[in-house]
Write a protein that binds this ligand. Sequence first.
Ligand code: FUL
Length: 694
Amino acid sequence: MIFDVSILSMKKYLLPLLFLLACEGKEVSPPSPVYPIPSSKQLAWHELEYYGFVHFNMNTFSDMEWGMGDESPSQFNPTELDTRQWAKVVKDAGMKGIIITAKHHDGFCLWPSAYTEHSVKNSPWRNGEGDLIKELAEACEEFGLKFGIYYSPWDRNHADYGKPEYITYMRNQLTELLTNYGEIFEVWFDGANGGDGYYGGANETRRVDKKSYYDWENTFALVRELQPNAVIFGDAGPDVRWVGNEHGFAYETTWSNLLRDSIYAGMPEYSDLYAPGQENGTHWVPAEADVSIRPGWYYHAYEDHKVKTLPQLLEIYYKSIGQNSALLINFPVDRRGLIHEKDAEQIIRLSKKIQEDFTDNLITKSKLTASNTRGSNFKIDHVADGNNETYWAAEDGIIQNEILIKLPQKTKINRFMAQEYYPLGQRIKSFTLEAKTENGWELIAEGTTIGVKRILRFADVETDEIKFKINDAKASPTLHNLGIYNAPKLLIEPILKRSKSGIVELSIPESNVDIYYTLDGSEPDEKSQKYVSSFEILEPTLLKAISFNPSNKTQSEVLTASLDIAKAKWEVVSSDSNAEQAIDEDPNTFWKSPNNEIIIDLGEAITIKGFSYLPPQNRYMSGVILKYSFLTSTDGKNWVEQETGEFSNIRNNPIEQSIPLRTPVNAQFIKLKSLLTSDNQSAAFGEVGVISID
Ligand code: FUL
């Protein structure tokens, strides 16, 4: 009897189970990890993906990128400082936290540190009673944001910099910052940490050996002790690494694995050799792409017209988060102590556009089939279930896999998103995407690494069937999430070119789009002057232009260009015919001057209020000027030095440098002389200009 009952119950439960197993395979153990893998604090950090940077302290008031350290605390005096406004902008933009420059290279501290007089406590702001770190920590808490600290190891103000005593100072300050302000999610150590061409700040009397001076091991141990959940950022990690440029771009092939032991913070060859990570990297040290919403990291009123456009910001998004990196966008808070209205507007536009691009994930409505599945607990439907714990995995040893995606109907698509189940390590090395069209299966996109997230953009294609093929991997692959989208087109603003002779050309790559412009500072619309062909602008002019699509009546953002006098009459005084490339208005050409200087005859005497220098823009920038002397002359023979100084941070952020003169001067000849270049090679001039307008 007992026997019979058990047979009955076996029949009742076993048969459906056997049927299920035959259909789906059995529950199996997960794939073994492929090392290195993320730590638990790195896993928590990966969830953030997108957060804000704020560069605000003494440089904001000295109008510099890298202060020398001899500024007076009395200069620091924001009139309307409101950290809640920062937090609101960051929150509204969909970012998850804020990292603040508690102390930059000039040594000024935003909190009343007990270990220096060079801080807010000796400034007029809040009568010396203020603590900006506290105010920001509180604002972040109120808005549900994570809070992080940027701390510059390099210090051009501290008298002990270069001595062992400074390391004690640095650790004392870190102890203040990491104990008094609650939970810190990231501690950001800048790789610009002294010892190179920029030696010579106010109190920088000793050169440091970047490799050994800071004794990083013990500083990291202190951070771990005080903030066990914080990740530490640096060129060499240990937890999060620099992406290797300040454009906010990761690489088409980006590994989270890094040969960490071969790197030290501030090593000159880091960007070229290590920044994209390595397939055989020994440690999990994922990339973080940092970029400013304006050309500079700090606020300069002359950059109010240069806030990144929506297409530029979108490009950054796709090349950072879309290429296996986190994204840290900087706001140069202004002298009022607020995120500038234009910056706020742009970042909100970006968040709206991202939402728009990724609203409708067609994967969730599709039928998915995988060529191989490890077992019923790793089935392909997991890539669309929105569950953080589940994923698809192939059987051990099955490297090449094909996922067939049947869309509910024929649709237009142009974006593909994939995420590996990275807690088990980064594996995929090569993949392709094909779509079934009227011409059969067509290759629509291909890529190498995927990692935490990979997004591919491709031309619109009408299809109802897609094949995602994993062609190569370090071990049998895993997939956490997949996405297929149809992102609406973005109309970009016109592209401006101005020749040496002052001829202005406006263009847009798309057809059937019109361009309208104004030359009087007013906002252009479709009733403004329509652009038909190039025209001449010789005198200082504010040009504004839009692209306009007449079929749907949409318009682009406004292109704003503050054009100075044209270089029509200019000549470089040199027998080298290539010298003209320094004034040809083409940022992609440059001239290497054998005697490290350039002399320009402006053709007539004008009032010079400043000058500009664009370093070479090619990848292997040689001869970038770090220290300069700028001279003027009325006759080309007798010279007067007007300014001498450094082009701060020009190596990592090779943007145009605009240097105002203390007093405007009338002259026909200018001379820009290099006193030091980045690699001791002869000076290279991408473009040299004169500022004649305010
Ligand atoms: C660089 C610094 O030198 C810049 O001033 C800025 O802080 C940027 C984020 O890092 O290395």
